[in-house]
Design a protein around this ligand. Structure first.
Ligand SMILES: Cc1cc2nc3c(=O)[nH]c(=O)nc-3n(C[C@H](O)[C@H](O)[C@H](O)COP(=O)(O)OP(=O)(O)OC[C@H]3O[C@@H](n4cnc5c(N)ncnc54)[C@H](O)[C@@H]3O)c2cc1C
Length: 454
């Protein structure tokens, strides 16, 4: 065999796995067909957050007046922003490639696909490996409606030749609401068109309501419970129709989900099982239906987040070659939505927790100190969901400035099984928004009672 381990995909999961396995002394090959670092580095988390930050500066310039500053806001230069972003991403690509080289992995800048269970075609070359990891990630999908080719997907949004004046975003998952904030922050009129009554399906109900209010306060036009039917072009304009009416815009952006990248990998021929969405099915040790073939990260479509992908890559390399077998828990994984303002969340939503029995719910909504002077209509919301019987904190949710930063620390307490009493005996840091989490004395409501009484 040419390699002990071959990794298909040089994204968050693949790079980490290849690098750590090579560090343990394994002979490792890794193939990447597009860009080192994968989605997160090139068309995901990193460039997205840079664009979010670009949008924030505009509001800060306006808000500075409340603190006595006279700031004259000039026009925003989209091309300058994209060039600066591209330079930084180029730097990160180089780091990822160097990390692999330094660790001793053999890198292939080519597409890989299975020929048989131990043999791959890597850019026209036959390569054999004892163990193989599928870490091919996912790709954005468009709606299947007439004129769909007139819209863009998130990969393209990072390279637009110019900033559109009007944008219609279809979808209300985290990518949709993040880009709504980006484009609005940079001065576009944004329409957000989605099927659900509230954005961010699957998140806590109070968070979803607070986010809808915040998006509206930012000047974004919300079109809830709307089903797009077609897109037409008229010169520079796009016309997006949904039942009964249409809106005119310059750019239609599909943020309508992602699909696992399993097509043309040859999985059927080697007997690796996929589910009905095309995701590779794995057990808790990341083993596929072929015991020597593993899969991890977004291609398995479980919890599609970079830190999950890298943790899985690391754990698998340690398990296979580092004499340190371990698995990753997908419980209480904290996550953020970089909407404007952002969201941080960890653990169960009120709705999930209440389905299992009575929970004490604590909610606080307030104007952040900064905006008492700026006058900006922006509220923060934070919330704890507590199991009534054990008083364990089951979930923490926040919308407001710095929510993702605050949530990382709270997640440690939740993973450790902290109770409401543990939160209460912790002294706050004053004056912060985060101190609200340790001063929530009055229960807002009890939820889930009916279920418990059944
Ligand atoms: C717009 C956007 C914003 C996001 N923001 C966040 C965020 O803020 N926080 C967060 O945690 N997550 C975020 N994510 C999700 C995150 O990017 C993914 O969870 C993460 O990148 C998954 O890593 P992965 O290694 O599984 O897949 P990927 O990073 O997608 O890597 C897979 C790699 O495999 C390569 N590949 C595919 N097929 C082949 C083949 N046959 N041969 C060779 N190479 C192949 C691809 O080119 C790709 O580089 C975001 C995603 C998007 C799209």
């Amino acid at each position: 065999m040419d390699f002990d381990l071959f990794v298909i995909g040089g994204g968050s999961a693949g790079v980490r796995c290849a690098r750590i396995a090579a560090g343990h002394g394994a002979r490792v090959g890794v193939a990447e067909e597009r860009f080192w670092g994968g989605t997160c580095v090139n068309v995901g988390c990193v460039p997205k957050k840079l664009l979010v930050q670009a949008g924030e500066y505009g509001a800060w310039a306006d808000d500075a007046a409340g603190f006595g500053w006279t700031i004259k806001k000039g026009p925003h230069d989209w091309n300058k922003l994209i060039a600066a972003k591209d330079k930084e991403i180029g730097r990160l690509n180089g780091i990822y490639k160097r990390l692999l080289n330094t660790a001793g992995a053999t890198i292939f800048e080519a597409r890989a696909a299975f020929i048989d269970p131990h043999t791959l075609d890597v850019g026209g070359k036959r390569v054999t490996a004892e163990k193989i990891v599928i870490a091919t990630g996912g790709h954005p999908v468009r709606l299947d409606i007439p004129g769909t080719e007139l819209g863009i997907i998130s990969d393209e949004a990072f390279f637009l030749p110019q900033m559109p004046k009007r944008v219609a975003i279809i979808g209300s998952g985290y990518i949709a609401v993040e880009f709504a904030g980006i484009f609005a922050g940079l001065g576009a009129h944004v329409d957000l068109v989605y099927r659900q009554p509230l954005p961010l399906r699957g998140f806590d109900g109070d968070l979803r309501e607070s986010l809808a209010e915040a998006l509206g306060a930012q000047g974004i036009t919300l079109h809830p419970s709307s089903h797009p039917t077609k897109i037409e072009a008229n010169g520079n304009e796009k016309i997006l129709s949904f039942e009964g009416h249409a809106l005119h815009t310059n750019l239609v952006f599909f943020a309508t989900g992602r699909a696992p990248a399993t097509r043309r990998l040859g999985l059927e021929t080697i007997g690796v099982k996929t589910n009905d969405t095309g995701a590779v099915v794995v057990d808790q040790h990341l083993r596929t239906s072929q015991p020597h073939i593993y899969a991890m990260g977004d291609v398995t479509d479980r919890l599609n987040l970079t830190p999950v992908a890298t943790a899985e890559g690391h754990a698998l390399a340690d398990s296979l070659f580092g004499k340190h077998p371990r698995t990753i828990s997908l419980q209480n994984v904290p996550t953020a939505v970089f909407s404007t303002p952002p969201i941080g969340t960890c653990g169960l939503t009120e709705e999930e927790a209440a389905a299992h029995g009575p929970v004490d719910v604590y909610v606080s909504k307030f104007t952040p100190m900064r905006h008492t002077l700026t006058g900006r209509a922006r509220k923060s919301m934070l919330k704890l969901v507590v199991d009534q019987a054990t008083q364990k904190v089951l979930g923490a949710h926040m919308l407001g400035e710095d929510a993702p930063e605050i949530m990382q620390g709270l997640a440690i307490a939740i993973v450790m099984g902290a109770t409401k009493a543990d939160f209460d005996r912790t002294i706050g840091i004053h004056p912060t928004a985060a101190e609200e989490y340790v001063t929530l004395r009055t229960r807002t409501r009890v939820a889930g009672v009916a279920k418990a009484a059944e």
